[in-house]
Design a protein around this ligand. Sequence first.
Ligand SMILES: N[C@@H](CCC(=O)N[C@@H](CS)C(=O)NCC(=O)O)C(=O)O
Length: 248
Amino acid sequence: MPPVYRGRVKELTLFQPPTRPWNIPNLSPFCAKLECYLRVTEIPYKTAPMQMGKAPKGKIPYVELADGTRLGDSQHIIEHLERALAAEGKPALDADLSSHDRAIGHLTRRAFEEGYYFVTMYMRWRTDDGFAATRDEFKKFIPGLIVPIVRRDIKKKLRSQGTGRHSVEEIAALGAAAFDAAAELLGDKPFLLGDKPHVVDCTVYAFLEAALGFPVDSPLKQRAASHANLVAYRKRIRERWWKDLGAA
Ligand SMILES: N[C@@H](CCC(=O)N[C@@H](CS)C(=O)NCC(=O)O)C(=O)O
């Protein structure tokens, strides 16, 4: 497949956690989404470890543009870059979408980012075996003593958001429904909305990596892995844009 876009938008710096845990792009699915977008669009970038105090929205990812402007929120950053590509007369990743497909992409993306995200957090932080694997990765870049404090904070947030009130079985069913729906939408197409990737693919790919790459087995992981088309989709994107990670 030819490159989707050979960009001239100037090099930016992507601030994110500095590791590639479990042979996946990033601990943070939002960082993985944005980095995937940068790779697919061939926008030049370098990475640097985040400093939360400098994050414009207090969250990761955030970027610093060539002119020194800092932007936060993966989607805000992508929308800025989509406009920058269009201003250069280059096709933005989602420029070819019909309004119907744009709506499907938007709703699918939001289902993962605002719904399934909390399932990921639950599996990593709320379950004891999930936490053991997560703690080992966090200890690579934050002091080990802080990790239980982060856990306490995340468990509190999960409870107030609502996901933390469910049993692990209920969570597995919620998460499975997201992958069942993504598999149905993908069907036998190469990408969710057709023959080429769009922003929604960066999101779904990032969450698929988080689920399939997580080293703790669970009915949820098994359900995601049971969709042969999703497994092939992950492989297709890795082989094209994440060669440096090697095979899954
Ligand atoms: N809507 C944001 C969500 C970013 C987000 O939730 N990032 C998490 C890491 S996956 C974070 O920064 N958490 C730290 C915190 O909430 O303090 C985006 O798309 O960038």
